[in-house]
Design a protein around this ligand. Sequence first.
Ligand code: GLU
Length: 368
Amino acid sequence: MHLKNSKTVVIKIGSSLLVDDKNKIRKKWLESFAKDLKKLKSKNKEIIIVSSGAIALGCKKMNLKNINLKLDKSQAIASVGQIELMNLFSQTFSKFRLNISQILLTLDDTEERRRSINAKRTFENLFKLGYIPIVNENDTIATSEIKYGDNDRLASRVAQITNADTLVLLSDVDGLFTKNPKIYKDAKLIKKVENLTKDIQGINIKGITKLGKGGMNTKIEAAKICNLSGCDMIIANGLHLSPIDKIEKQNNYTLFESKISKLHARKKWIISSISPKGELTIDDGAKRALINGKSLLAAGIKKVSGKFNKGDHIKIFDINYKEFARGLSSFSSEEINKIKGCQSNEIEKILGYISKSEVVHKDDMVEI
Ligand code: GLU
């Protein structure tokens, strides 16, 4: 029901949905999941999968036990297992004519603005090409200090970067309960969480579930990130066949509803992010284009002040030196100095490499 109104959906699946407790691949389940996605795609939804399983499948391939692995060993195992994981997706999804791609991220890629903008563009381009990106943490190089460690929070960051409408965490429980449902018979499923701090007060989230590396506590952390990004989050039981279809048809999950709109969240983020590193002064034509919701192109830029990098936060002034908008620059100040006043099709020749044509993309800009 909820997914009907979502354009971009991130779906996180844990290792235990892909491999059962006898260490067998759950092929039937994956096929039913692929069928669900085919349906979503036919409704023009943009889908991203965040999938665990590199370590589980690596252990399976190498005949090793997936317990108490030291970091360096699990990194090596993940490097073997990631191929297995993608092969599994590729073989299964091709039966349904679903095209997939792989994106491996580390914590830095999502926390550092410049890198997260790059990741965002790659996701957008893959959507345009009709591909389903499959994301995992880059376990092979992520050390303990720079590691998410669980795909719940990684998925929420991916949802934030891509401006997703809904994040679905497919788990081994129906959702968030008032008590641990595995111990207490009178535990009740909380169907909707509207106020994260108030509604979950008194619930011992630590003892509720433990799936893969994350438990209910990492799921609540993920909900907090989603909440601030204007993205709704669902925790649902993924163990059934056709798990997404079940969410659409049955109201048996926990929905964490974000109280702020995505646009508002993004604007707030752009306006409140660290102090701007530089300034651009633009001509009247560019100002009019911006008012009409267009991106800022090089042709309308008159002046560049300050030193900034690609991805940095900048102020945009009109010709009368009135601050008019703020945004994230897609080029460094050095590059803009070379291309200001030029037509977009001249950029490649001037800089000597292929680049995008928007200096500040409309999605990365807020008028003030
Ligand atoms: N990235 C890990 C893997 O692919 C899993 C992390 C998690 O279970 O959340 O095995």
